[in-house]
Design a protein around this ligand. Structure first.
Ligand code: PEP
Ligand code: MN
Length: 337
């Protein structure tokens, strides 16, 4: 349920309500919006509780949240959450483009890429140091050496980065380096991992599972939020369908659906959604037109020789062209890119 405070409720009144709820054993999540201050209250209700809280000074009303996801819901918070990743704001009118290779391969590759994508207008760098590969024989990533390269290059070029963490035992290590943690599609329902990243203070990009419904995806976000980490960005990266001509099928309707159900920002990954370089531009255009808050795009200095996902990676020139061609769509949506 949520406790909605009066517009003029004092800090002391809000504190008093929080103390009372805490004493009753509830988990409390605070949200101070432009329109209203609400307290999200998670726990088992007891008889007479609603009346006693509703009677407190400063309380306007108590509203039950009907959806299974609570803190991720529009009922809890109406305004879009703006997630600040080392100064880059995801969810604002400026679209955030994250770009870089699938996997970190070496320092030169990352340095060249970081410079090129920044120049073309990307505001974040991407690159995997821990790779969740379908085959155990495929390149698994440089692990901590990859994180070191990412950090070094990101500092040198002045661009924050997102990188995936695949194992709960590596969360502390990745937190030491990354500006944003990525939870990959294959781990969307790895609840131990979700709880672990929920305990950190790093922003998290949560990719949609290969066969996850929107509700399951929001429930996965709820795991992170319920641990106290509210900086969650959702990423639609295509779902598994019967269609084989693309790697996955981009679920465009997920974007406006999420916008209706949740306050969390949504970005789109046209690279993993399609698996094909030539589809990155049209899917990016469509994603922006559907209301996405940003994009994550794979870019490689030499896609033909990439250690992973070469066929869907753009060259530097290709990425530059995509960025230029997205401008009119962004403008039409009253956003900047
Ligand atoms: C990735 O972004 O590197 C990745 C592995 O994507 P996904 O988890 O969406 O397959
Ligand atoms: Mn990839």
């Amino acid at each position: 349920m949520i406790v909605v405070m009066n517009e003029g409720a004092t800090e002391a009144q809000i504190e008093h309500v929080k103390e009372k709820l805490a004493a009753l054993g509830f988990g409390i999540h605070y949200s101070k919006g432009v329109e209203r201050t609400v307290l999200g209250v998670i726990g088992q209700k007891s008889p007479g509780l609603l009346e006693s809280i509703e009677a407190m000074e400063g309380v306007e009303k108590i509203v039950p949240i009907m959806k299974p996801f609570k803190l991720a819901s529009q009922e809890f918070k109406r305004e879009t959450t703006i997630v600040d990743v080392s100064g880059v704001k995801i969810g604002s009118s400026k679209l955030v483009v994250m770009a870089g290779p699938c996997a970190v391969e070496n320092e030169e590759q990352m340095l060249l890429t970081a410079k090129a994508v920044k120049k073309a207008g990307a505001s974040m760098l991407r690159g995997g140091a821990f790779k969740p590969r379908t085959s155990p024989y495929a390149f698994q990533g440089l692990e901590e050496d990859g994180l070191k390269i990412l950090k070094q290059v990101s500092r040198e070029v002045g661009i924050p980065f997102v990188t995936e963490v695949v194992n709960p035992r590596d969360v502390d290590l990745v937190v030491e380096y990354a500006d944003m943690l990525q939870i990959g599609a294959r781990n969307m329902q790895n609840f131990t991992l979700l709880k672990e990243v929920g305990k950190t203070k790093k922003p998290v990009m949560l990719k949609r599972g290969l066969a996850a419904t929107i509700e399951e995806w929001l429930m996965a976000a709820e795991y992170i939020l319920s641990e106290g980490n509210y900086d969650v960005v959702l990423c639609e990266r295509g779902i598994r369908t019967y269609e084989t001509s693309t790697r996955n099928t981009l679920d465009l309707s997920a974007i406006p659906t999420i916008k209706r159900l949740s306050h969390l920002p949504v970005v789109v990954d046209p690279s993993h959604a399609s698996g094909k370089r030539h589809l990155v531009l049209p899917l990016s255009r469509a994603a922006i037109a559907a209301g996405a808050d940003g994009l994550i795009i794979e870019v490689h200095p030499d896609p033909e020789n990439a250690l992973s996902d070469g066929p869907q990676s753009l060259t530097f020139d290709g990425f530059d062209e995509v960025m230029k061609k997205l401008e009119p769509i962004a403008t039409a949506m009253e956003r900047q890119i």
